[in-house]
Design a protein around this ligand. Sequence first.
Ligand SMILES: CC(C)(COP(=O)(O)OP(=O)(O)OC[C@H]1O[C@@H](n2cnc3c(N)ncnc32)[C@H](O)[C@@H]1OP(=O)(O)O)[C@@H](O)C(=O)NCCC(=O)NCCS
Length: 167
Amino acid sequence: MNYLTILLNSRHIRNKFSCGKELLDNYFWKQAKQDVKRKHSACFVLSDIEVDNIKGYYTISSSSISNDLIPNSFRRKLPKSYLSIPTILLGRLAIDVYYQSQGLGKVLLIDALKRCFDISDSVGAFAVIVDPIDYSAELFYKKYGFIKLPDSNKMFLPMKTIIELFE
Ligand SMILES: CC(C)(COP(=O)(O)OP(=O)(O)OC[C@H]1O[C@@H](n2cnc3c(N)ncnc32)[C@H](O)[C@@H]1OP(=O)(O)O)[C@@H](O)C(=O)NCCC(=O)NCCS
């Protein structure tokens, strides 16, 4: 499967994009390019051939979660000596309001999970973590099998599930 997104670059015009959530828009307008440059996170965009028409974006970075945050049923198979467990953070995912409800959120999520699956061959990760911006975003991720982490707003999808999706 080829990716449908490309890494954000200086030709992309970011300020026309709006997903309707201030935090995610501000990040994209003001911070994303810097984060890519400094390797703090990778930002991938879905755009038309004319690069100024950005339909959506997501960010990926390495992360970890505390062992004791993981639900018991998943923790059993993890080494007890690991205080933190390596994960991949799908920190943000957003579709421009003009393109919402046309299946692109799902497409971008699959694109992101495929990248995580590919990375997991080189860098170990127990799961993909998301940090839903609100309850509506939580419902979106829940639809695709993400599980709520106890005592946290974050959700996770085990790499095992992602591998089953792409193998
Ligand atoms: C959440 C978001 C990414 C969804 O993208 P989208 O393109 O509108 O969603 P899609 O059209 O791909 O929807 C795919 C499926 O998810 C469902 N869905 C979409 N948004 C949903 C929500 N908030 N709650 C529950 N289900 C949702 C759709 O009904 C659809 O289901 P179906 O396949 O059974 O018809 C998009 O609305 C968005 O960018 N919102 C603002 C930013 C945001 O909240 N990002 C979330 C991560 S922080």
